[in-house]
Design a protein around this ligand. Structure first.
Ligand code: SAH
Length: 533
């Protein structure tokens, strides 16, 4: 592609180019303005250092163009990136150009904007949180501190990175005035510096910075895989080498680095006990978020594999016969929050509300189901068994005289028969009505197999029997031996006895079973396993 191509694009009002700082990695560090621009975009042009989940803010039909570059191998050269952005804008598209950190801190956002200007394309800058500051922040290294540093400088670890200027690189190095740089500020932050760390540290020492000056190197700052090493100007090259720290990393030189000991938080096990753990979350996508966000707040990286997806089974049609004789049911039994939602939907569609249930007693199996009954139906359940397993539910059943009574049980199409049969044994008539189905969602199966093969997952969580069977089916139903090999050392966490039984039927022994058969119970089990108190 060259700049002549651009002029041939049909004339129409060009779209706006937003040069957006994506922040250093943690998706929560994108600005609100940046998010708005992404939502508006017809095309998103993004880099390696922008978190991939930020693309979810773009419309599903927006074009997504990856121009990422690893320091040595450019996926797309800068002039081609400039040309791509301008071409899209000249086609009338709103372009979100998503760049790691801040677009103007060694981000070449200036060059991209200049190119827009040359071609009459309007642009806006959206500042971002720069890694130069945030990587330190997430490592517990403040860039300034009253007692340790009253100024900072952000310096590139190598002068020019594009091929065209390679020939001038020697001259550029010559131009660098190390005597001035060494004393530019109390805290010196080097970006793109790991490869040149030897050169940087020697020059600083040559120019009078003490060899014992503290130095911290933060790799993948703010990402779940953040790694931090510390040393001194004299030792850091060896420390970095020994620990295999590579780009992207920032290198912070100055007394502030010593504060990490006190200010460490992101990777501090006493604050975020699951830091660095990759945990497979197998619930349906709609339900995974509660578990995922709990895990995230403890520092873990949840990987959602939507092994099951919940599809309502025309609950209104299915429940119609029951709804016309609602008054005849002595009990309504809900075994899942999904059943409650589907039931509420049917109730609403038939023009009724919770008052139609005034004479029935309501059982809610499991705390999440009970929570749904009170939030969705605005009813306090009459019976919430302490243990959410059919046998225990029956053992504690509060109505001693069930004979001749009718029970309505809306639930999943495939479920255990123990509860309805147990109630029938007590003399009740039980209408079991399927209102939703859990189906296998195969998206991401290949990626999951890769993660398992590479031993990347620290733990696998299973929150129902169907998550177990679906997980196994989705990875191609391997033999027990293959399955065990694939899972390797990953810790298996089960929500409770029924799920554990299903795991065992498939030849897998759960390492931990949750004490409380709930999502918080699963989180507590993970914590107890990885960070016992
Ligand atoms: N515009 C970006 C910097 C781009 S230059 C910003 O403001 O952050 C690329 C360099 O930034 C990398 O070589 C590395 O030194 C640094 N960098 C970017 N993201 C980083 C991260 N999450 N952790 C550590 N260093 C990072």
């Amino acid at each position: 592609m060259n700049s002549e191509n651009l002029i041939e694009v049909p004339k129409q009002a060009p779209g706006v180019v937003y040069l957006i700082g994506a922040g250093p990695g943690d998706p929560g560090l994108l600005t609100i303005r940046g998010k708005e621009a992404l939502e508006r975009a017809d095309a998103v042009v993004y880099d390696r250092l922008a978190h991939p989940s930020l693309l979810d803010y773009a419309r599903p039909d927006a074009e997504r163009i990856y121009v990422g570059k690893a320091s040595a191998n450019h996926a797309m050269k800068q002039p081609d990136i400039n040309a791509t952005i301008v071409r899209l804008a000249l086609e009338g598209k709103t372009v979100a150009r998503l760049k790691g950190g801040d677009p103007l801190v060694f981000g070449r956002g200036g060059e991209e904007a200049e190119c827009c200007r040359e071609h009459g394309v309007p642009f806006e800058f959206v500042p971002g949180v720069t890694s130069a500051i945030a990587a330190g922040t997430y490592a517990g290294i403040p860039i300034t501190h009253r007692d340790a540093a009253s100024s900072f400088a952000v310096i590139t670890g190598h002068e020019r990175e594009d091929d065209a200027s390679r020939s001038q690189a020697g001259a550029a190095e010559g131009r660098r005035n190390w005597a001035r740089l060494a004393w530019a500020a109390d805290t010196l932050v080097f970006l793109m510096g790991v490869e040149n760390l030897q050169e940087i540290t020697s020059r600083l020492i040559e120019n009078g910075r003490l060899p014992e000056t503290p130095v911290g190197v933060v790799q993948w700052g703010t990402w779940p895989g953040q790694r931090v090493v510390t040393g001194t100007l004299a030792s850091i090259v060896d420390v970095v080498k020994t620990n295999g720290i590579t780009s992207p990393a920032v290198c912070i030189v100055g007394e502030v680095v010593a504060l990490r000991e006190k200010l460490r938080w992101f990777d501090d096990p006493s604050i975020r006990p699951l830091f660095g753990k990759k945990v497979l979350v197998t619930r349906a996508r709609e339900q995974a978020s509660a578990l995922s966000s709990a895990l995230r707040s403890l520092g873990a990286e949840p990987l959602e594999f939507p092994a099951i997806k919940i599809v309502p089974d025309r609950p209104y049609e299915a429940l119609k016969p029951a709804l016309v004789q609602l008054g005849s049911y002595a009990w309504l039994v809900f075994t899942s929050a999904n059943a409650v939602t589907c039931f509420a939907e049917a109730l609403q569609q038939s023009g009724l509300d919770s008052r139609a249930l005034f004479h029935a007693r309501i059982a809610a199996i499991g705390p999440a189901t009970a929570a749904a009954v009170s939030s969705v139906l605005n009813i306090l359940p009459d019976y919430v068994p302490t243990e959410a397993v059919a046998e225990a539910v029956l053992a504690g059943w509060p109505d001693t005289d069930m004979s001749g009574k009718s029970v309505l049980m809306p639930r999943a199409s495939e479920a255990r028969e123990v509860l309805p049969e147990g109630l029938r044994a007590l003399g009740a008539t039980v209408d079991v009505i399927a209102v939703y189905t859990t189906i296998l969602d195969g998206s991401g199966a290949a990626q999951l197999i890769e993660l398992l093969n590479d031993g990347e997952l620290d733990a696998l969580t299973f929150t129902s029997s169907s998550t177990v069977t679906n997980f196994i089916q989705s990875i191609g139903s391997p033999t027990t031996e293959e399955l065990k090999k694939l899972i390797g050392g990953s810790v298996i966490i089960s929500i409770g006895p029924i799920t554990s039984a299903t795991l065992r039927e498939n030849g897998l022994e759960p390492d931990v079973s949750a004490y409380d058969h709930t999502i918080p119970g699963v989180v507590a089990a993970l914590k107890a396993h990885f960070a016992p108190e």
